[in-house]
Design a protein around this ligand. Structure first.
Ligand code: PHE
Length: 483
């Protein structure tokens, strides 16, 4: 019986695919989020747990996810349905694709707000606002920017608009070139900043903060954040890599690609962390300043170094570009699902989904000012709750089920043809996916149920409701499998 092949596009080469995947992985997660959550969670021990999660859980899941996309040949929802069908497993696996579609849209709704902030900072730097700036002025510049919801709304809207414009033209048009130019540039500027960091006199302290581990400071909550971030930063657990994998040709090596993606992503996060903490310690700032950390520290560096105006402007421009190449990948699972299963044109899907994302994003805009202390569950406002639900719950759960499907439910011959590993490497991969990954994810979850039971209960209710509805729809549309 034939498989419903819906993805007609393909990457023009292996290098382009790697670039696009690295473009998706490298984004705000590396430059903005990683330093601030490492700071929030005490540094060293957290960083080690994060690195372990990347190697033990991240790499096998990344490889699995790309393999699922290439084998399933469609958007994540349909790809899972296709593969479940071929593997004679339940069609409910399609729910995994749906989890990804939803998580991608939710993440994008706050992603564009932060990316908008980076865009605002690009213009701040361009106007010379950072020249000679000291830490107090940097702090008040940040406070002024985020305390006005209209300012944030403006930049958020602009980022959503840019995302819509790019995705509505197709993934390949223009994007491949932009990524090719941007990634080396970003790396170069990070190296310049690293050079500056070594002159602050606090580089050693920054290094120690990042790498000397004091496990007594590590909470289970922090382990969960570290694991969640491993998923977030590699863009796994939600079908982005599945969507991109559907455009990968049979002759390309996805094992090699996965390793390159992981190395590039980790390197950029670690470098960004070293830079940010050197400036933090040199200026007596607090490493646990939260989401504003990047925006409060880097302007000080740009204000003080030679040609800081130029580097500052370039840096924030690159952050915006890195965010854009991730933003388009966050919406891709939903776009391709709407296009392939619901008959939308790409442009129509982009505008519809983009508007939705824009609307949900208003909650994050307000979370920086009027709703900052409006706690929904625990000490979480709208933005931090959304971040928690997506990064710490939806992505790890998505990743867990991706691993379970590939290891236990997928037809072995299809799996092995995709994975391309042989001998010991294949055995290691299978072992890790079969036992290590699920155990690690379940353990971290289980340990958190006690402290986070209210959030978990809420998420369970919402997801059961959504999945119920979805399953109903899927059953009605069963013909998508009968091709
Ligand atoms: N990996 C991206 C980052 O680090 C975010 C992202 C998550 C993109 C999930 C796509 C899917 O910024």
């Amino acid at each position: 019986m034939s498989l419903l092949k819906l993805s007609k596009q393909s990457w023009s080469s292996q290098t382009v695919f790697i670039m696009a995947a690295v473009g998706s992985a490298v984004g705000l997660g590396n430059i903005w989020k990683f330093p601030y959550i490492a700071g929030d969670n005490g540094g060293g021990a957290f960083v080690l747990v994060y690195l372990a999660c990347i190697a033990i859980i991240g790499l096998p899941i990344l490889l699995s996810e790309i393999a699922l996309g290439r084998a399933g040949q469609a958007n994540p929802v349909q790809a899972m349905a296709n593969l479940a069908h071929q593997s004679k497993s339940t069609r409910l696996w399609a729910g995994l694709g749906f989890n990804g579609v939803l998580a991608g849209l939710l993440i994008l709704s706050f992603y564009t707000v932060i990316a908008g902030l980076a865009l605002a900072y690009f213009f701040n730097s361009l106007q010379g606002l950072f020249v000679g700036i000291e830490s107090e002025q940097a702090q008040s510049l940040f406070d002024d920017t985020v305390s006005n919801p209209w300012t944030l709304l403006f930049w958020h809207s602009l980022m959503v608009l840019l995302t819509i414009l790019i995705v509505s033209r197709g993934v390949r048009g223009g994007l491949e070139k932009a990524i090719n130019m941007m990634m080396p540039g970003l790396f170069l500027i990070l190296l310049v900043l690293l050079g500056y960091a070594t002159t602050t006199g606090a580089f050693g302290q920054s290094w120690a903060f990042m790498f000397s581990a004091d496990f007594s400071k590590l909470s289970w909550q922090a382990v969960m954040v570290a694991m969640g971030h491993a998923f977030f930063t590699l863009s796994i657990g939600l079908g982005t890599m599945m969507a991109y994998g559907a455009y990968v040709g049979k002759d390309m090596s996805i094992a090699k690609a996965s390793i390159i993606i992981v190395i590039m992503d980790t390197l950029i996060a670690v470098l960004a962390g070293l830079v940010v903490f050197s400036i933090v310690f040199a200026n007596d700032l607090a490493p646990g300043a939260g989401p504003g950390l990047l925006f409060q520290t880097l302007p000080i560096a740009f204000g003080q170094m030679g040609a800081g105006w130029l580097f500052g402007t370039l840096f924030f421009l690159l952050v915006v570009m890195a965010a854009l190449t991730s933003a388009i990948s966050l919406i891709e699972p939903a776009i391709s699902w709407f296009e392939q299963n619901w008959g939308f044109s790409r442009a129509k899907a982009a505008w519809l989904l983009g508007s939705l994302v824009w609307f949900v994003g208003l909650g994050t805009v307000l979370s920086f000012n009027y709703w900052e202390a409006l706690y929904i569950i625990g000490e979480r406002n709208f933005f931090s709750l959304l971040d928690f639900i997506t990064s710490s719950i939806m992505l790890p759960l998505g990743g867990l089920f991706i691993g379970v499907f590939v290891a236990w439910a997928m037809r072995p011959d299809i799996r092995e043809a995709q994975i391309e590993l042989k001998g010991r490497l294949l055995a290691l991969f299978n072992f890790s996916l079969r036992y290590v990954t699920p155990l690690a994810v379940i353990l971290v979850f289980a340990s958190n149920v006690a402290s986070e039971w209210r959030t978990i209960a809420l998420v369970m209710m919402v997801s059961v409701g959504i999945y119920g509805l979805y399953i109903y729809k899927m059953l009605k549309r069963a013909k998508c499998l009968s091709n």
